[in-house]
Design a protein around this ligand. Structure first.
Ligand code: G3P
Length: 217
């Protein structure tokens, strides 16, 4: 299972990297905008924090395939381990086909249907990102979407990996992994929440209380 932190916030990234379990950091234009400042500079700073030990995902802002390709090629020079995110759509697919042939790591993002994921896989992207939470938000089934993509990719033997995105809770993260995705990207709060459980806290409190009451050092 691959696990990424979905954030462009350097202190969140620093803390998550210290855990030693991350495969990298995913960003999107909203997350970059939240931090403010220069896009390239933010990506370079993230790269310094992860010290080349993971992938950095960044999304093109262009909307036409030719410009997407140019932007993507430029972005790969910003850091090692760059994965270029392309927005799902006909222009994104065109750009993905070109970039895949060039051997550039790509992700088709904003995937909301199985049919979109199939076209992205045919274009040769390295990853598709189905947005589970946002599909749930409009009353459809994010887990159903992801299950459908897992089944279709396995039936066709596609090499494209499935990275579940828009994950809103530790429970949802675990359920999506159980359904067979290759990885998840989670916001900082969900990552921290994945390590926590009230029964674990109660159990540890009891252990420490018993230890101290017995007068042990
Ligand atoms: O970064 C892509 C995705 O994970 C965004 O999630 O919570 O904004 O729908 P969310």
């Amino acid at each position: 299972m691959e696990i990424y932190l979905d954030s462009a916030n350097l202190s969140q990234i620093e803390h998550a990297v210290e855990l030693g379990i991350l495969d990298g950091v995913t960003t999107n234009p909203t997350l970059i905008a939240k931090e403010g400042g220069d896009f390239e500079n933010i990506i370079r700073k993230i790269s310094q924090v992860i010290k080349g030990k993971g992938k950095i995902w960044a999304e093109v802002i262009s909307t036409k395939s030719e410009a997407m390709v140019e932007e993507a090629i430029r972005m790969t020079g910003w850091a090692t381990g760059m994965v270029v995110k392309l927005p799902m759509g006909l222009e994104g697919i065109k750009a993905a086909s070109i970039l895949s042939r060039e051997g550039i790591q790509t992700n088709m993002t904003l995937i909301s249907s199985v049919s979109q994921a199939l076209l992205a896989a045919k274009a040769g992207v390295s990853y598709v990102s189905p947005y589970a939470g946002r599909v749930d938000d409009i009353g459809w089934s994010g887990s159903g979407l992801i299950q459908g993509i897992v089944e279709a990719f396995s039936a066709q033997g596609f090499a494209t990996k499935i990275l579940a995105a828009s994950v809103r809770s530790p429970h949802q993260a675990a359920e999506l992994v159980r359904s067979g995705v290759d990885g998840i990207t989670v916001p900082y709060g969900v990552l921290i929440g994945m390590a926590q459980h009230p029964m674990t806290d109660l159990g540890l409190d009891q252990f420490l209380k018993d230890w101290s009451e017995a007068g042990l050092q």
